[in-house]
Design a protein around this ligand. Structure first.
Ligand SMILES: *[C@@H]1O[C@H](CO)[C@@H](O)[C@H](O)[C@H]1NC(C)=O
Ligand SMILES: *[C@@H]1O[C@H](CO)[C@@H](O)[C@H](O)[C@H]1NC(C)=O
Ligand SMILES: *[C@@H]1O[C@H](CO)[C@@H](O)[C@H](O)[C@H]1NC(C)=O
Length: 285
C-alpha cells in the first residue's frame, strides 16, 4: 500500500515537472550570429496538443503548432526566415540571431494534462572587440621614471567587463551595462617587470585577450629618443635660421660690392652678377 502510494506520488511529481505551471524564467545568453534552440521539454507533440510561442512585452504570437499544423504567424516581420519550429517537440530554433531578438519569449503548452507556461529571457551579445594596449603618456615628462604607464582600451561596447590580469590573478576591472561606450583601464608596470600581463574583455559567454609585451611598449629609451629628436629638430631650425641670415647678409654685401662694378665696368659686372647669383642659390638649398 505505502509502496504504491509513494510510486504514485513520484509519478505525479514527474508529470508536474514536465507539464506543471512553472513560472520560473530561464536565462539564455547567446552571441549575435549564433543559433539558439528554446526547448519545450516535450518529447512528442500529440494531435490535440497546442504549443504557442510568444515574443516581447506585447506577447506577439510568432509560432504555433496545433492539430499538428504549424503556423508561423507574421514572425517573418521580426525574424525574417530565422525561425524554425520542430514539429516533433514544438521546440523553436532562432538561426543567425540579432541583437533586436533580445527579450522575453513565452511558451504556452495546452495538452490533455492542462495548461503550462515557460518563459525564456534571451540576451543576445554583440561580438567582442580585441582590446588595444597603448602607452599612456607619450610625452613621458609626467610619468615617473621607473614606471611605464599603459592603458587598455575597447571601443563601443555594452554588457562587458574589461580587466587587467597579472598571470592568473585579477588586478583591476571596469564594467559597462546597457550603454554602448568606450572603456579604458590603466596599468603601471616597471620597465624591468618580467611578469605576464594581459587585458581581457568578457561578457557572460565569451572573452578576448590581449597580452602585454613590456619590452615592445615600454622601452626605457623612448623618452630619451623623443628628447633627442626634439633637440635635433631645434638644432635643425637654428641651422636654417643661421643659413637664412647668412644668405641675406651675403646678398646685401654682394649688392654693395656689385654696384660699383656695374657702374664702372658694365660687361664684367654681368659676369660677376651671374656668378654671385649661382652661389646664392647653392647656399639656400
Ligand atoms: C533578463 O535578463 C537581463 C540580463 O540578464 C536582466 O537584466 C532582466 O531583468 C531579465 N528580465 C527578466 C524578465 O527576467
Ligand atoms: C610603479 O608601479 C608599481 C606597480 O607596478 C607601483 O606599486 C608603484 O607605486 C609605481 N610607482 C610610482 C612612482 O608610480
Ligand atoms: C576565456 O574563455 C576561455 C574559454 O573560451 C576560458 O578557458 C578562460 O578561462 C576565459 N578567461 C577569462 C579570463 O575569463
Amino acid at each position: 500500500m505505502i509502496h504504491s502510494a509513494s510510486f504514485f506520488g513520484l509519478f505525479f511529481m514527474l508529470l508536474n515537472g514536465v507539464f506543471g505551471d512553472t513560472d520560473g524564467v530561464k536565462s539564455v545568453s547567446v552571441m549575435e550570429g549564433d543559433s539558439v534552440t528554446l526547448n519545450t521539454d516535450v518529447t512528442e507533440v500529440l494531435r490535440d496538443d497546442h504549443i504557442l510561442w510568444m515574443f516581447g512585452p506585447r506577447e506577439t504570437r510568432i509560432a504555433e503548432i496545433h492539430k499538428q499544423i504549424i503556423d508561423m504567424y507574421n514572425s517573418n516581420e521580426i525574424f525574417g526566415d530565422r525561425l524554425q519550429m520542430d514539429s516533433q517537440t514544438g521546440s523553436m530554433t532562432i538561426r543567425n540571431i540579432r541583437s533586436e531578438h533580445t527579450g522575453l519569449y513565452k511558451l504556452q503548452i495546452i495538452s490533455n494534462k492542462g495548461t503550462s507556461y515557460q518563459r525564456f529571457n534571451v540576451t543576445v551579445y554583440a561580438p567582442l572587440p580585441v582590446p588595444a594596449i597603448t602607452r599612456d603618456s607619450p610625452q613621458c615628462s609626467s610619468s615617473s621614471s621607473s614606471n611605464c604607464s599603459l592603458v587598455c582600451t575597447v571601443m563601443d561596447v555594452s554588457h562587458v567587463t574589461l580587466s587587467w590580469y597579472k598571470g592568473n590573478s585579477l588586478l583591476s576591472s571596469i564594467s559597462v551595462s546597457a550603454l554602448s561606450i568606450s572603456l579604458s583601464l590603466p596599468l603601471e608596470v616597471e620597465y624591468q617587470d618580467k611578469n605576464t600581463y594581459s587585458c581581457v574583455i568578457n561578457n557572460p559567454i565569451r572573452n578576448q585577450t590581449q597580452h602585454l609585451d613590456i619590452t615592445e611598449l615600454c622601452q626605457t629609451h623612448t623618452c630619451a629618443d623623443q628628447r633627442s629628436s626634439f633637440m635635433m629638430a631645434v638644432a635643425f631650425i637654428a641651422l636654417l635660421v643661421v643659413i637664412a641670415v647668412v644668405a641675406v647678409k651675403t646678398r646685401n654685401e654682394e649688392m654693395h660690392y656689385a654696384e660699383p662694378a656695374f657702374c664702372t665696368r658694365p660687361l664684367q659686372s654681368m659676369d660677376v652678377f651671374t656668378e654671385d647669383h649661382t652661389v646664392y642659390s647653392n647656399v639656400v638649398i
